[in-house]
Ligand binder design. Structure first.
Ligand code: BES
Ligand code: ZN
Length: 607
């Protein structure tokens, strides 16, 4: 093995990952060369993935190469043009199937897999032209996190196994398709429908991303811009005009942005998440286009992952809070830098309220689920998305910030990112670094900060730093006045987005049809342009079984695929027999328009 390959091997830590079949302790892919053809009729990707391998020692232990796959139709595996024997393990509902390739001696430097994806590949959503804005072309996008890369790329799909990659992507020529990836653009031959990419920084497979369809681009700053369907582009570019400032603000605290460009693509509304931090190219839901930049904190979040997650990556999904808790903390710092402390504090207040109610409920049924360092035995890491990893994780860091002061804490985090860039991190190793570098080994201080409790015990430690928002005293008073006698005099038309959210979330439970009607007449919440406010109100529609709101509810559920909005609404409807039938009827209609990942979650909710 070359010295470089040995260095790459050593840098990608071999933490055992229960969510990968890869035999990474003895052999690891370090580079992928993809050549893929998109077939929009058959809804498959077909082509080859050539893996460059690094071996432990002389490679003698690596008699086989175990890769992850899910539903892939493997046509052949070769090394130097010679076929290699391979076999598929049984299908596991969470992990997919092991792809075991027998390695010859001497060990090959490269192995090529020829394959096609299954029509139901969990990472892929194939949209019909009518599901796009202009209706001209079909659309495809990927979502690889957490365990879905294996449904379109045969490799070791573990966050601890970093790989550089290059790709050739072929689409039907002459129809106006654009292909983008979370990678550098290479020499595209647009007329021939051939697009080339290269990703020189090593990334874990969950960050490999692709989208294709009728896509246009508009620059925002020197290294920032936005991709979207042409009809959405002007609105998106206006909404995202602060992105360059966001990068500058983050660099000022945590050091240089290491990925070259930072673009965002606004996907069609069926994208199952709010955002996904694909390197160089954030994927985002159009539901954040509120018209007043009020929901762009989501972009700050995805940008923050360029440090926490993409630069220093959770070694396994049990360490997910290292990705999302850190990112939620940094998101708050970016929002504060751009939009002020008062705004950031209101956003924090909303998150902490949700964290509080979630923890309270989970302590009754699934106390272990409130532990930061997650036990994922038998679980799908996709289910980790929620207030524990995100907001309990961020609260832990806020406690540390309060204890050591911003200056020292910022220097600590900056140094941490710098020392571990393009590496992986386990919870255990992070705590060692924290104790050594920030606590200077002071055991008494360590105990006093309750670090052990924060990371390994259920619930919320008593030293959580609460949010203090004076503005929320007014929104609460307005909600209470309405509850008391229906008065809306304290409601101010010029409230900001979090103030409206706070007001709607504090409305009485339950409400009478007359109360619901009065609110919707006064503010048209059920059709609000701000989707967070609209969602909060539609939750009241669902809980109160308020029939005049059903049309708006159905319209909402049928027009977007963001799991964070869909799941609570369907769950609230399923609670009462009277509304469960409505949920089932809407779901039957909308299910074909949802992404496989959202369907996976919702099938269990709407039974
Ligand atoms: N990386 C996550 C999305 C994710 C996590 C997808 C785990 C699949 C498995 C992304 O950064 C994220 O957290 N998105 C949030 C937005 C954020 C502002 C909280 C979302 O999609 O809602
Ligand atoms: Zn995130």
């Amino acid at each position: 093995m070359s010295p470089l390959a040995a260095a790459v091997f050593a840098a990608s830590a071999a933490s055992p990952d229960i969510h990968s079949f890869g035999n990474a302790a003895v052999v690891r892919p370090t580079h992928l060369a993809l050549d893929l053809e998109l077939d929009f009729e058959k809804k498959t990707l077909r082509g080859t993935c050539e893996l460059t391998l690094a071996y432990a020692g002389d490679g003698s232990q690596a008699t086989v190469l175990d890769l992850d796959s899910r539903g892939l139709q493997v046509e052949a595996v070769t090394a130097d043009g010679q076929p290699l024997a391979f076999e598929r393990g049984p299908a596991d509902p969470i992990l997919g199937e092991r792809l075991r390739i027998t390695l010859p001696s001497p060990r090959p430097e490269k192995v090529k897999v020829a394959y096609a994806t299954a029509p139901g590949a969990t990472a892929l959503q194939w949209l019909e032209p009518r599901q796009t804005t202009s209706g001209k072309l079909p659309f495809l996008f990927t979502q690889s996190q957490a365990l879905h890369a294996r449904s379109w790329v045969p490799t070791m799909d573990s966050p601890g196994v970093r790989q550089t990659f290059e790709a050739v992507v072929r689409v039907p020529a002459g129809r106006g398709f654009t292909v983008v990836m979370g990678a550098e653009n290479g020499a595209h031959e647009v007329d021939k429908g051939v697009f080339r990419f290269r990703m020189p920084q090593p990334v874990p497979p969950y960050l490999i991303a692709l989208a294709a369809g009728e896509i246009a681009f508009q620059a925002i700053g020197p290294r920032t811009g936005v991709y979207a369907e042409p009809a959405v582009l002007p609105k998106a570019a206006k909404e995202f005009e602060d992105v360059e400032k966001m990068v500058e603000a983050t660099e000022a605290i945590y050091g240089a942005y290491d990925w070259g460009r930072w673009d965002t693509i606004v996907l069609p509304p069926s994208f199952p998440f709010g955002g996904m931090e694909n390197p160089r190219l954030t994927f985002a839901t159009p539901t954040i286009l509120a018209g007043d930049k009020s929901l762009v904190a989501l972009l700050a979040h995805e940008l923050a992952h360029s440090w926490s997650g993409n630069l220093v990556t959770n070694a396994t999904w049990s360490d997910f809070w290292l990705n999302e808790g850190f990112t939620s903390y940094i998101e708050g710092r970016i929002v504060e830098a751009l939009y002020g402390a008062e705004f950031a504090e209101m956003e924090l207040s909303l998150s902490l309220r949700e964290l509080g109610t979630t923890v309270e409920e989970m302590l009754k049924e699934d106390a272990a689920g409130t532990i930061l360092h997650a036990n994922l035995e038998g679980k799908d890491p996709d289910d980790l998305v929620g207030p524990i990893a995100y907001d309990k994780g961020a609260s832990f860091l806020r406690m540390l910030e309060a204890r050591f002061g911003r200056e020292r804490f910022d220097a600590f985090l900056k140094g941490y990112f710098q020392s571990h860039r393009f590496g992986n991190m386990t919870t255990g190793r992070f705590l060692e670094i924290l104790k050594r570098d920030l606590f200077a080994g002071d055991e008494a201080a360590w105990g006093d900060a309750k670090v052990q409790e924060w990371v390994f015990e259920p619930g919320l430690p008593s030293n959580l730093v609460p949010a203090r928002s004076e503005r929320f005293a007014r929104t609460l008073a307005a909600a209470e006045a309405f509850a008391k006698d229906g008065s809306l005099d304290l409601v101010k038309r010029d409230w900001s987005s979090p103030e409206w959210q706070d007001f709607v979330e504090n409305l009485p439970r339950p409400m009478t049809p007359a109360q619901m009607q009065a609110l919707d007449d006064a503010f048209a919440f059920s059709r609000a342009g701000n989707n967070e406010v609209r969602f909060d109100f539609l939750m009241h529609v669902a809980r109160n079984a308020w029939e005049p709101g059903y049309a708006a509810l159905e319209q909402f559920l049928c027009s977007l695929g963001r799991r964070k909005f869909l799941t609570p609404i369907y769950a609230a409807l399923m609670e009462k027999e009277s509304t469960a039938a409505l949920a089932r009827a809407i779901y039957a209609k909308a299910r074909p328009t949802y992404h496989p990942i959202a369907v996976g979650t919702l099938d269990a909710v709407v039974k």
